[in-house]
Design a protein around this ligand. Structure first.
Ligand code: PLP
Length: 289
């Protein structure tokens, strides 16, 4: 498949839905919206466009567990339930995790049977175990995508405690957000923007600096205090692997987030005292520039 990248929106790292129409050709098969930081893309607009052109939508809901989209008609849908399929991640950096692992959600039943086979190494073993056939064999391509029982048990315990985990993360998120308001009002940084249609699952707290220099300064100041803060994705259209395949369009918003965004530590055990130190360190840095 050939990948065509859409730019981020100006006010949020999610894809700029308005830029999509101009990128669609007769060869376009799938649109893959990323719900960045667990914040919903505008799924009404996206699904309308996809339906107009008969294109499938696969949601990258890797960061979007327990996050919601409110439709124009007022209905609330969990992210990952809107496109034809969606992928969630249980990587160690996500809200609930099993170290490595993930979940494919299939919303269009016509894809379910084949997905089951691909997951089972290309065999119809699942149908065999349900007693639907009397022997199983290779019927398609596939690989070994099944998680181990131990990983599943580890993950399940977190699912049982999802509300507790989410409440704690939201507390941490809100504490950062309140703490950052003054710095944002002073024009030093931009804070996450959450559109009306989106919920906040507190997957991530990030700030966007004015320049890569400021971002590097923040990261170094935190590092001196023994605090690890990281910037996030580098734009894929500029990656070693893809830069020569990209069609050359400038994706300025995407580059801006790639250059200036920094994530602050966000995990269940983070304490208020630690968050206070993080905020103080960032404020002290900005007093010096
Ligand atoms: C984590 C993440 C992935 C990858 O998930 P894996 O479980 O490592 O495959 C993909 N997309 C986004 C947006 C992510 O945050």
């Amino acid at each position: 498949a050939k990948l065509v990248f859409a730019d981020s929106a100006k006010d949020n790292p999610n894809m700029d839905i308005h830029s999509l129409r101009g990128l669609i050709t007769s060869k376009t098969k799938v649109i893959v919206p990323v719900h960045y930081a667990g914040i919903a893309c505008d799924m009404d607009a996206l699904m309308d466009l996809a339906n107009e052109f008969g294109i499938y939508v696969v949601e990258d809901a890797a960061q979007a567990v327990d996050s919601w989209y409110t439709s124009k008609d007022g209905s609330k849908k969990p992210l990952g339930s809107i496109g034809h399929m969606a992928a969630f991640s249980f990587h160690e950096t996500k809200n609930i995790m099993s170290g490595e692992g993930g979940m494919l959600v299939i919303n269009d039943p016509k894809f379910a049977a084949r997905a089951e086979i691909i997951r089972e190494k290309g065999t119809n073993r699942s149908a065999f175990f349900r007693g639907e056939i009397d022997k199983y064999g290779w019927v398609d391509m596939g690989s070994s995508f099944l998680p181990s029982d131990i990983l599943a048990a580890f993950l399940f315990a977190q699912l049982e405690n999802l509300n507790d985990i989410q409440n704690k993360r939201k507390e941490i998120w809100n504490f950062y957000h309140a703490g950052m308001t003054e710095l944002a009002s002073a024009g030093k940084v931009t804070l996450p923007f959450i559109p009306d249609w989106a919920s906040n699952n507190a997957h991530m707290y990030y700030i966007v600096c004015k320049s890569p220099t400021h971002r590097q300064g923040v990261i170094e100041a935190l590092k001196k205090q023994g605090i690890m803060a990281v910037f996030h994705y580098l734009s894929l259209h500029k990656s070693e692997y893809y830069k020569d395949k990209h069609d050359g369009r400038e994706l300025v918003n995407s580059d801006h987030y790639s250059d200036c965004l920094v994530r602050l530590p966000m995990y269940y055990e983070l304490t208020t005292a630690q968050q206070e130190l993080i905020l103080k360190t960032i404020y002290t840095y900005f007093l010096s520039v």
